[in-house]
Design a protein around this ligand. Structure first.
Ligand code: C5P
Length: 308
């Protein structure tokens, strides 16, 4: 029997990372509508923080609220209800999201919130679930949610949800160029399908070069191996991203790539100092709404000890 929910119990705080795809090869559309992927996920310390507390009814509140689906449509809300059904435990919770990850930016912010909600409620309800069981539930919520649980650097296959860790000694420093408006993931995949029907847009090289670059730990080698099949589709939908990509490289980044389905552009820099300089120059270039610096790999969704 699961322990009874504490009516006035303490809340749980959870931090969940954003991600960039260092490498993303998109294969054919499958019968379930998803595309087969080979991708290298890399978690960044640009993170959302969730607070989960017992409540009389389910609520999801996000600060700032811009563009984030409210209530039951929010992936964190979806995650909590699914966990309660699967574990046959728990009860209504109030979720507060302190949002740092750009919304609709290709950095898996919604998936991070879902992963954080799973970890937070599992702790709040004192569930006896191991990471594997939690990962199975995460896969039902969305293709990127298992990685938000695991963090680090990982190779993703299938829909991107079958993960194996990637060995790397690299500590990578990034500048993120956040666009004026978001892109819908299904729309970007559909645009790639359309472009492929019309011709043969460029495809990324085999993943081995990226894996070797990560094993070497050298940022310049990782930068040379960055690649994303979705980039051509994101740029087709938001042509101004070309200017952003050029601006970051002109500012001194080792390389740039659109993160996931975009439109955030991730620029890899030689070190933290270089990232600071690139961020300052990019911020003044007028080619994006805002810039952030971040580093990876970062850990997956985890409870923040109280008092921190
Ligand atoms: O799993 P998730 O809800 O994050 O995926 C959003 C959408 O992105 C899917 O409905 C699908 O259109 C597209 N997608 C895809 N192939 C993948 C992952 C996502 O086509 N491997």
């Amino acid at each position: 029997m699961p322990p009874a929910q504490r009516a006035d119990g303490p809340s749980v705080r959870v931090r969940a990372p954003s991600k960039v795809n260092l490498y993303l090869a998109v294969g054919d559309v499958r019968e379930d509508g998803y595309h087969d992927l080979v991708t290298v996920f890399h978690a960044l310390d640009l993170a959302d923080e969730l607070t989960v507390a017992p409540s009389r009814r389910y609520t999801v509140r996000c600060t700032p609220p811009d563009g984030v689906p409210p209530g039951a449509k929010n992936l964190a809300g979806v995650a909590v209800r699914l966990l309660a059904r699967r574990a046959k435990a728990g009860g209504p919770v109030a979720i507060d999201i302190a949002k740092q990850i750009p919304v609709a930016g290709g950095m898996a912010g919604g998936s991070a919130d879902a992963a954080a909600a799973l970890v937070g409620c599992a702790a709040l309800w004192e569930l006896d679930l191991d990471r594997r069981a939690l990962t199975e539930i995460a896969r039902e919520i969305g293709a990127d949610v298992p990685f938000a649980l695991s963090g680090g650097t990982a190779l993703g296959t299938g829909r991107g949800d079958l993960l194996s860790p990637v060995m790397t000694r690299a500590r990578l420093h990034w500048v993120l160029a956040i666009a004026e408006s978001g892109l819908s993931t299904p729309a970007v995949f559909a645009e790639l399908d359309r472009l492929r029907e019309q011709g043969s847009p460029p495809r990324v090289k085999p993943v081995d070069t990226m894996l070797a670059a990560l094993a070497s730990g050298e940022p310049a080698k990782v930068a040379a191996a960055l690649g994303n099949d979705l980039q051509v589709a994101a740029v087709s939908l938001q042509p101004e991203l070309r200017r952003t990509l050029r601006a970051g490289e002109a500012a001194g980044a080792l390389g740039g790539v659109i993160s996931g389905s975009g439109p955030t552009v991730a620029f890899l820099c030689a070190d933290a100092e270089s990232a600071g300089a690139v961020a300052a120059e990019l911020a003044g270039s007028g080619t994006c709404r805002s810039v952030r610096v971040a580093a990876g790999p970062a850990p997956g969704a985890r409870v923040v000890p109280t008092g921190r």
